[in-house]
Design a binder for this molecule. Structure first.
Ligand code: TPP
Length: 635
C-alpha cells in the first residue's frame, strides 16, 4: 500500500513522521501527472503546491480551521489529502470530482467560485464571523497566488484585513509566489514580490560593500554604522515585507515552499500569532516535472486531455482564427491595440503580440482595469480590442456599462469560452453574457457560427466607431463552415422550407447553435414541416428585419448557448411585441442555473440543446397548433 492510500483525511497526515513526507510528496506528484495528463486540468499549479498543501494540513485542523483556495485550480493536492484519493481518477469528468473545490464534495472545501482574487475577501468575512460568534480559536487561511494578488479585489481585502479593528482576527494569508500567472506576473507589485528572488543579489551586494569598506582606511564603529545603514536601505528596496508591514500586517518569509518542514514552521508561527499574518512562500510552478518546469509558455498551467485520433479534417480552435484575423487587421489599422488580463496565449493574442509588441497591454488579472483602461485608450484615439473569457467579463460589467458604453466609446470585447465550456464547471461556463450585455445602451453583440464568420464579424465590430461591440464564441473547435443561402437583415439564411411545405417554423440559431439548428431542421422537415433557418449574426440588439419573417411564419423558435433568461430569445420576443408581430415564440437555451462540469456535448445534451431534442420539441409545438399534423403523426 502506498503512503498516499493510507491518508483518509488530514488526521492521518499528522501521524506521519517528517522523514516520510518526501515519499508522500513523490507519490502525490506521480498521481497528479498520471490523472491530469489523461483527464486534462491544472498541472503546473498543483505540482508547485505539494509541500505547501501537506504543511497546511499538518498545521491547521480543517474543517474546523478553514482553508480557502484562491481560484481553486491548485486544490488537487488538497483533494488527495482530504479523503478523495480513491475518486481522483474521475477528476473533471461528468459526475466525477470537480476540478475546483466543491461544496458538494467533503466539508473541507469552502468556496467553489473559480474566479481569481476573491479568497482574501471570503477569508475576511469568515474571520469576522468567527470573531462575532465567539469562536476565536478557529483560523482562517487564504492561499493566494502572486498572480491573483494582482487583482483589485485582493487589495480591497488587504485594506480591510489591515484595519485596526481586524487586529485580533486569526487570518493567515499564504502567498504562493511562483512568479507567474500563466506567464510571468507583471507590474510594480510583481516587481516588489520578485525582489525576494534577488535576495541572493542583495547578499552579494552587501558582501561587495563590506569588502570595499574594509579595505578603506575607515575602521571600527563608523564602518559598522555605515554598513548597517546601507544594509537597511538595501533591504527596504529589495524586500517586499516593507510593502505589507507598512500596511500594518505581520509578514513572515520568504520561505522555500518546497522545504516542507520550513513551511510548517512558518505556518505554526503564523497560526500562533493570533492576528492577521502574511506568509510569503516561494515555489516553482510545475515543480518536480521537468516538462512543466521548463515550459516557457505557461509551465503547463492547464493541459488538455490527449486528442482522439481522427481521419477527419481538423477544425481549428476559434481562438486561433480570431488571433490570426486580428493580426491581419493590425497590419491595416495602426489604431487597433489589444488588451489581455494575464491571458495572452489562452485568448489567442500571442500572434498579435508577436507582430506588434508595443500594441498589446497585459494588465494582470485585473478585468475591471482592463475595461476602463480600454476606455481611456479609446478616448485617446485608439480602437482597443479586449480579449477575455466570457465568464470573467461579468466582473467588469459596471465598467462596460458606465465607463465604456455611457461614453459611446469604440471598444471591441472578444469573449472566448462563451456558452457551455465543459470540464471547468459552474463558474467557468460563459453563459451570462447575452443577459447582462443586453441591457447596455448602444452595445452591439455578434456571435459567429463558424471560422469564416469570426473573421467577418471581427472586421465589422472594429469598424464600429460610436460605441462598444462584442464578439463571442466558444473556445473549442469551430463548426464546419455553413454557407448562407440568403440574407435576412444583418443575418444569414441557412435553409429554406422544402418544396411543397409552407413557412411553418422560423428557426433562429445564435452562434454555434446555428449548426445545431440546421441539423434539427433536417429532422423537422422529415415530418413535413417547413423550416427556415437563420443565423442572425448580430444578436444584440435583436435585428428588426426578423420581424417581417416572423410574421410570415407560424412559430418562431430561438436557440442560444447562453442563459435563456433575458437572453437572445427574450430579446427577439420583446422586439416582436414592439413590432406588433403576434407569432408565438419558443426560446431554447441554458436554464437559469449553475450548470455542472462535464464535456460540452454532455452538458448541451443535459440542457436539451441537441438537434434531436429540439426537433422533437419543435415538431410537438407545431403539432399542437396544427391539429391535422398532429393527427397524421398519431398524436
Ligand atoms: C477573474 C479571473 N480572471 C482570470 C482567471 C484565469 N486564471 C486562472 S488561474 C490564473 C493564473 C493565476 O495565477 P496565480 O494566482 O499566481 O496562481 P498559479 O497558477 O501561479 O499558482 C488565471 C489568470 C480567473 N480564474 N479569474
Amino acid at each position: 500500500m502506498s503512503l498516499l492510500e493510507t491518508i483518509r483525511g488530514p488526521r492521518d497526515l499528522k501521524d506521519l513522521s517528517p522523514d516520510q513526507l518526501p515519499q508522500l510528496a513523490a507519490e502525490i506528484r506521480d498521481q497528479l501527472i498520471a490523472v491530469v495528463t489523461s483527464n486534462g486540468g491544472h498541472l503546473g499549479p498543483n505540482l508547485g503546491v505539494v509541500e505547501l498543501t501537506i504543511a497546511l494540513h499538518r498545521v491547521f485542523d480543517s474543517p474546523v480551521d478553514r482553508i480557502v483556495y484562491d481560484t481553486g485550480h491548485q486544490s488537487y493536492v488538497h483533494k488527495l489529502l482530504t479523503g478523495r484519493h480513491a475518486e481522483f481518477g474521475s477528476l473533471r469528468q461528468r459526475h466525477g470530482l470537480s476540478g475546483y473545490p466543491s461544496r458538494a464534495e467533503p466539508e473541507h472545501d469552502v468556496i467553489e467560485n473559480s474566479h481569481d482574487s476573491t479568497s482574501l475577501s471570503y477569508a475576511d468575512g469568515l474571520a469576522k464571523a468567527y470573531q462575532l460568534r465567539d469562536e476565536p480559536a478557529r483560523s482562517v487561511v487564504a492561499v493566494i497566488g502572486d498572480g491573483a494578488l494582482t487583482g483589485g479585489m485582493a487589495w480591497e481585502a488587504l485594506n480591510n484585513i489591515s484595519a485596526d479593528s481586524a487586529r485580533d482576527r486569526r487570518l493567515i494569508m499564504v502567498v504562493n509566489d511562483n512568479g507567474r500567472s500563466y506567464q510571468p506576473t507583471i507590474g510594480g507589485l510583481a516587481n516588489q514580490m520578485s525582489a525576494v528572488r534577488v535576495s541572493q543579489r542583495y547578499e552579494n551586494v552587501l558582501e561587495y560593500i563590506k569588502t570595499t569598506l574594509s579595505r578603506a582606511p575607515l575602521v571600527g564603529a563608523p564602518l559598522y554604522g555605515t554598513l548597517h545603514g546601507i544594509k537597511k536601505g538595501l533591504k527596504d528596496v529589495l524586500q517586499p515585507q516593507v510593502l505589507f508591514e507598512d500596511l500594518g500586517l505581520k509578514y513572515l518569509g520568504p520561505v522555500d515552499g518546497h522545504d516542507e518542514q520550513a513551511v510548517e514552521q512558518a505556518l505554526r508561527k503564523a497560526r500562533d500569532f493570533g492576528g492577521p499574518v502574511l506568509v510569503h512562500v516561494i515555489t516553482t510552478k510545475g515543480f518536480g516535472y521537468p516538462l512543466a518546469e521548463q515550459n516557457d509558455e505557461d509551465c503547463l498551467h492547464q493541459v488538455s486531455p490527449p486528442a482522439v485520433a481522427s481521419a477527419a479534417p481538423k477544425p481549428q480552435p476559434w481562438t486561433k482564427v480570431f488571433g490570426r484575423e486580428l493580426t491581419a487587421i493590425g497590419a491595416e489599422r495602426p489604431d487597433v491595440v489589444a488588451i489581455t488580463a494575464a491571458m495572452l496565449h489562452p485568448t489567442g493574442l500571442n500572434a498579435f503580440a508577436a507582430a506588434y509588441p508595443d500594441r498589446v497591454y497585459d494588465v494582470g488579472i485585473a478585468e475591471q482595469h482592463a475595461v476602463t483602461s480600454a476606455a481611456g485608450l479609446a478616448m485617446g484615439g485608439l480602437h482597443p480590442v479586449v480579449a477575455i473569457y466570457a465568464t470573467f467579463l461579468s466582473r467588469a460589467f459596471d465598467q462596460v456599462l458606465t465607463d465604456v458604453a455611457m461614453h459611446r466609446l469604440p471598444v471591441t470585447f472578444v469573449l472566448d469560452r462563451a456558452g457551455v465550456t465543459g470540464p471547468d464547471g459552474s463558474s467557468h461556463h460563459g453563459m451570462w453574457d447575452f443577459s447582462i450585455l443586453g441591457v447596455v445602451p448602444g452595445l452591439q453583440l455578434a456571435a459567429p457560427r463558424d471560422a469564416v464568420r469570426v473573421a467577418e464579424l471581427l472586421r465589422e465590430a472594429v469598424a464600429v466607431s460610436d460605441g462598444p461591440t462584442v464578439l463571442r464564441f466558444n473556445g473549442k473547435l469551430t463548426e464546419t463552415d455553413l454557407p448562407a443561402v440568403g440574407k435576412l437583415g444583418r443575418g444569414d439564411v441557412l435553409a429554406r422550407p422544402a418544396p411543397g411545405t409552407g413557412e411553418d417554423v422560423l428557426l433562429l440559431g445564435a452562434g454555434s447553435m446555428a449548426a445545431v439548428c440546421t441539423a434539427a431542421a433536417v429532422l423537422i422537415a422529415d415530418q413535413g414541416i417547413g423550416v427556415t433557418v437563420v443565423d442572425p449574426r448580430w444578436i444584440i440588439p435583436a435585428d428588426e428585419a426578423i420581424a417581417g419573417a416572423a410574421a410570415a411564419h407560424r412559430l418562431v423558435v430561438t436557440v442560444e448557448d447562453a442563459c435563456v433568461a433575458g437572453g437572445f430569445g427574450d430579446g427577439v420576443a420583446r422586439m416582436l411585441r414592439e413590432q406588433d408581430v403576434s407569432t408565438p415564440v419558443r426560446t431554447f437555451g441554458l436554464p437559469r442555473e449553475f450548470l455542472p462540469h462535464g464535456e460540452r456535448g454532455q452538458i448541451l445534451d443535459l440542457c436539451g440543446l441537441t438537434p434531436q431534442h429540439l426537433a422533437r420539441e419543435i415538431t410537438a409545438a407545431v403539432a399542437r397548433r396544427t391539429p391535422a399534423l398532429a393527427h397524421e403523426q398519431g398524436a
